[in-house]
Write a protein that binds this ligand. Structure first.
Ligand code: GTP
Ligand code: MG
Length: 345
């Protein structure tokens, strides 16, 4: 087997400088940032199915040699570097506290809902919004994708957004409308959102894998929307008796999203439709489609339902740090707002 080149072109070094800045407080780097891994080897590694440094750190060097067609010494070196780079999985309580200090929040445009969420939708966390058809899950996503772009004093992060659309329900006109209401340039607001339309659950997995690349190219990205998380999985796995497979795959996507949230200090907002279950007589007649899997991964879960006079009610469910509670708001042509009576308080 030929000796593998240790790639280090000037272009690579330039890239490294850029990524260094972006990655400074992350737990681990991208595969191509590992010493001795250039873009050629990195793509061989990815093609062999190792998507990130953690996957590499736990790889068997011999299997890697075979799968990537690289020399065994190189494979051993790469695995060792990956282990080194991912060693920071433990941090002291103080370091943890520091990391928590960098958590930022995106306003939902409803003061009541912001308060319920402890200030808004958090970075470093997954916020899952579940509810029935028309309850406002996507509307909240549109609002967040606009509000994230606002200056800090207006509840934003001067940030950009990624939107993974699995149902074909992204509406540019709605973004433009909401942006105009907030005094943003509507076309610029649209420009600041990268939309990926997923056509299958595999495609959805790939789009999520693409996110680090997008954030490295645009470090202003502060929000990732997945609307909806389960639609494709549900459609594809229906009646196939492969629920375990499905959940396994959903679990991988969710953990990848959580890692992205941590690593890049971004907020992840996912939606999940619930079906009314008329057969259930006691307890909650609606159950989140993803079942318990999402519940265990998402840090914040909002159950949305329609309230009186066209209002919406968000209920915070199973939050580790916030009290359970409810917040009422409205969806109008101007977007999410507090109810008139709440505003007067
Ligand atoms: P599914 O994706 O079907 O599960 O529903 P969803 O929860 O994503 O619902 P969505 O966020 O699309 O909410 C749709 C609802 O928002 C509509 O039924 C309207 O009540 C409300 N809505 C959307 N646009 C407007 C608008 O311009 N003006 C007003 N007043 N309400 C709107
Ligand atoms: Mg929707």
């Amino acid at each position: 087997m030929e000796e593998d080149e240790i790639e280090h072109t000037e272009e690579e070094n330039e890239n490294e400088e850029i990524t260094e800045e972006v990655h400074s407080d992350f737990e681990y780097k991208d595969i191509k940032d590992l010493p001795g891994v250039g873009s050629t080897i990195a793509s061989k590694i990815r093609n062999a199915g190792y998507q990130d440094v953690i996957a590499l750190a736990t790889a068997n060097p011999l299997v890697l040699t075979e799968a990537c067609g690289i020399g065994e010494p190189t494979a051993r070196k790469i695995v060792a570097e990956a282990r080194e780079a991912s060693k920071m999985n433990f941090m002291s309580g103080l370091e943890f506290e520091d990391k928590r200090k960098s958590v930022q929040r995106i306003s939902t445009s409803s003061e009541a809902l912001n308060i319920l969420l402890g200030g808004g939708v958090e970075t470093q966390s997954i916020t899952e919004c579940y509810g029935e058809y028309g309850s406002g899950k996507s509307q909240l996503a549109f609002q967040l994708a606009v509000d994230v772009q606002l200056p800090l004093e207006k509840g934003g992060l001067e940030g950009h957004a990624i939107w993974i659309d699995t149902e074909g329900t992204f509406r540019p006109s709605r973004i433009e409308q909401l942006a105009a209401v907030k005094g943003l340039d509507p076309k610029q607001a649209l420009q600041n959102i990268k939309i990926g339309r997923a056509y299958s659950s595999d495609h959805q997995v790939l789009l999520v894998d693409k996110v680090p690349e997008l954030i490295n190219a645009d470090p202003k990205i502060k929000l990732i929307v997945v609307d909806s998380m389960m639609a494709l999985f549900r459609a594809e796995y229906v009646g196939r008796g492969t629920l375990a497979d499905r959940q396994q795959k959903v679990n991988v996507v969710l953990h990848n999203l959580q890692r992205l949230a941590d690593r890049f200090n971004v907020a992840v907002y996912i939606t999940n439709q619930v079906m009314a279950r008329p057969d259930v007589m006691f307890g909650d007649p609606t159950a989140a489609v993803g079942g318990h899997i999402i519940g265990h991964v998402a840090t914040y879960r909002i159950y949305l339902r329609k309230g009186k006079k066209g209002s919406r009610v968000g209920k915070l469910v199973d939050s580790p740090s916030l009290p359970e509670g409810e917040a009422s708001f409205e969806i109008t042509s101007n977007g999410i707002t507090d109810l008139e009576e709440e505003k007067k308080k």
